[in-house]
Design a protein around this ligand. Structure first.
Ligand code: SAH
Ligand code: SF4
Length: 381
């Protein structure tokens, strides 16, 4: 933690919610305090759900007063919450500066996967993605990212309630490209994994990327979370059209980098989840499946097929069920583990769409959440 951060707190308080253990320890050392204070504060925030520094009784009065002058614990603000009859709960969240993001919790038996956003909008402009069409507004802070986990647990009144784990899995598959908001995403994921934070297994936190190769290489040195890559095409010519960042970091470089990521993990059984959004007549033909099977030969992966979800003014169509089955069969015959996302009814879309429709297309987003839940399953299953 820099002295700048403490100095600047005369104008804006430091938000302790988004600081990982190392950052919080450095913060307390700079304040002239013992670093074990970081552990106490993390337990208050992430285990007890307490945001009132004045209520952190084991800190002592003098320290609490000192902290109140420079720091705060401030989650982002829930604008609306929606409950589906299938148990899915969705929040529209307002972040500083007025942008809106969404987080969605999808319960499934003993598992509950939270889909978390990392940016307001996205700069990468994939041709099939409505978030990309919206353009980039800004990065979320680490507090706004981990705050989505905090808010989910709070909304079930489940901090220290003994109700069981509200969030068992996290997928970084909401709005934005997580590797373009590297430091904040890494700090937030640290807190997800830390026992003083949410104690989620590293296999149950999944980062999805469209392929920011240098950042993925850096991530390998810092993180142990599960990895999903958004491939969507079996050759560079096609991927250049669908995922423009491919022109900078083509498929071979992305696969190499993803393999390095997996190789850097102590746990040798891990694989990459390959996401492949199927678009009718674009990338869903049997020859694409054969090309994909050849491309991924010897690459340690599972494949998640996602029938495209259309949105207004989108250029693509969802393939027929038969086309999806044919594609799936080719990959299964080639020996891959392949899951397909099927669309479920979701009765909370409409209300949500009315709310954030100007920001994000509702149909498109709800599909992503269903897909995200499947990634959570795939990644940890
Ligand atoms: N930026 C990251 C993570 C967020 S996007 C990434 O691209 O991986 C997460 C997923 O949303 C992508 O894998 C992509 O498959 C999916 N997606 C985007 N638009 C979609 C659409 N219209 N239909 C289905 N999936 C879509
Ligand atoms: Fe950004 Fe991911 Fe959408 Fe591409 S698919 S525009 S990387 S959010």
């Amino acid at each position: 933690m820099s002295t700048d951060l403490i100095a600047s707190s005369t104008t804006a308080r430091v938000n302790l919610l988004g600081m990982n253990r190392a950052q919080l320890e450095a913060f307390f050392l700079e304040l002239g305090e013992k670093k074990f204070r970081a552990q106490q504060v993390m337990k208050w925030i992430h285990h007890a759900g307490i945001t009132d520094i004045g209520a952190m009784s084991n800190l002592g009065k003098a320290l609490r007063e000192k902290l109140l002058a420079v720091a705060e614990v401030r989650p982002p603000e829930i604008v609306s919450q929606y409950d589906s009859s299938d148990g899915t709960r969705k929040w529209a969240i307002r972040v500083d500066g007025g942008g809106l993001v969404e987080a969605v919790l999808i319960p499934d038996g003993s598992r509950a996967t939270l889909c978390v956003s990392s940016q307001v909008g996205c700069s990468l402009d994939c041709s099939f993605c409505s978030t990309g069409k919206q353009g980039f507004q800004r990065d979320l802070s680490a507090a706004e990212i981990i705050g989505q986990v905090w808010l989910a647990i709070k909304s079930y009144d489940a901090f220290q309630s003994g109700k069981g784990r509200v969030v068992t899995n996290v997928v970084m598959m909401g709005m934005g490209e997580p590797l373009l908001n590297f430091d904040n995403v890494v700090a937030a994921m640290d807190i997800m994994l830390d026992d003083l934070g949410y104690g989620i297994s590293k296999r149950r936190v999944t980062l999805s990327t469209s392929g920011v190769v240098p950042a993925l290489d850096r991530l390998a040195e810092l993180s142990e979370v599960s990895l999903a890559i958004s491939l969507h095409a079996s050759n560079d010519a096609l991927r250049n059209e669908l995922v423009p960042i491919n022109r900078k970091y083509p498929i071979a470089r992305l696969l190499d980098s993803a393999r390095r990521y997996i190789d850097a993990q102590a746990d040798t059984k891990r694989v990459v989840t390959v996401e492949y959004t199927l678009m009718a007549g674009v990338n869903d033909q049997p020859e694409h499946a054969r090309e994909l099977a050849a491309l991924l030969r010897d690459f340690p992966c599972k494949i998640n097929l996602i029938p495209f979800n259309p949105f207004p003014n989108s250029d693509y169509r969802r393939p027929s069920g038969n086309a999806v089955s044919r594609f799936w069969q080719v990959l299964v015959d080639a020996g891959y583990i392949v899951t397909v996302r099927t669309t479920r009814g979701d009765d909370i879309d409409a209300a949500c769409g009315q709310l954030v429709g100007q920001v994000v297309d509702r149909t498109r987003r709800s599909e992503r959440y269903r897909q995200a839940a499947s990634i959570g399953e795939v990644a940890s299953g």
